[in-house]
Design a protein around this ligand. Sequence first.
Ligand code: NCD
Length: 355
Amino acid sequence: MFDKNLIDLSVMSTDQIDKIIRKAKKIMQSPADYRHACDGKILATLFYEPSTRTQMSFQTAMLKLGGRTIGFDNPMNSSVSKGESLKDTITIVGEYADIIAIRHPVEGTAAAASLYAGVPVINCGDGGHLHPTQTLADIITLSCEKGRLDNLRVGVCGDLLNGRTVHSLIKTLAKYPNNSFVHISTKELSVPLYVIDILEKNGCKYEISHSLADAITDLDVLYMTRIQRERFASEEDYQAQKNVFVLDKEKLDKAREDMIILHPLPRVNEITVDIDDDPRALYFKQAQYGMYGRMALILLLLQDDEFFVENRPFVVSNHHCNNPKCITQQEPYLPNLSYEKLGMVMCGYCDKRID
Ligand code: NCD
C-alpha cells in the first residue's frame, strides 16, 4: 500500500495535522506564492456519489496551485457502467494522475483504492464511514475562529449514525486534550459503537442529549448535520427522523455569544435561513477554509517527503468482514485486511468489528 494516503485523519499524529493547518494558513496569507506550486501535476477526482463542495473545492485547489484535473462525477459515464472493478479503474487512473481524490457510497472504498493506485489517494467520503477532508475544513475553522483545537465542548447534532463528517470529526478532536462532546440525536441515529470506543479509549467525556434547546446553552461549538436520506433503508424511516432537530432563532437565543455554528453542508432544513446572518453562523466560511486545507494537503502529499500519514498496522488475515456496507462485500478480490484494537479484530477497510 502506498503510504501517502489520507484515508482517516485520526491516524495521523497531531504534529502532522498541525503541519497541514499551518500550511493552509500560509496559503491563505499569500495565495499568489503558490500559483505554480503544482505546475504539470494532475489531480483525478473520482466521484461515485454526488458532491458540490468537496469535488469543486478539490478541483479549485489544484487549479489554484497551477495543476490540472481529470475525473468523473457520474460513474455511469465511465466504464463502471460496464461492470469494471474498482481495482481496474484505480490502476489505470493511477497511471494517468499524480494524486487521486475519491468519493464512493460504500464504506472502506478509499482504503481499497489505495492498494492499487500507486499514487496518493484522498478519501473524500466513503459511505457513512469517514470524511477526513471535511474534518480538515472543520478544524482549520476551529483553529482560525476559536484559536484552539483543545478544551472545546462540542455539540454534534442530527444524523450521528450515518453522518461520516461527524465520525471523522469526533475521532480527530478526541486526539487533542480536554475536548468533550454532547451527542444530540434521536436514539435511532446515535453515534456508532466503534466511535464511542475511540472516545472511551482516549478518555474523552461525552454526554447524550435528546434536546437541542437544553444542550445548546453551554457549548463552544455546535456542529449541525443533515439527516442522510440516501443511507436509510426506507423513505418511511427517513420521514420519521427528518425535522426532529432544527436550529432556529429561539434556540440560538439560549446559546453563548461566543459559540460558533458549523455545518459540513449541504443544509436541508436543520438550520433556519434567518440564522445565516448571525455572526456565530460560520458554515459558509468553513467551506472556504476547506479549500485552503485541500490546497495544503495536495502540496504536502505531493511535495513534502517529511509529511506522512501513519499507516494503521494492517495484517492480511483470514478474518472476512461481514458488514454488508463494506467494500469487501462488493469487490471479492480484495485481501482480508484487519487490525487489532483493545483485543478485538477490526476490518482494515470499514473499521467494524469482525471477530
Ligand atoms: C457532507 C458529506 O458528503 O458527507 N458534505 C460535504 O462533503 N460537505 C455532508 C452531507 O452530505 O450531509
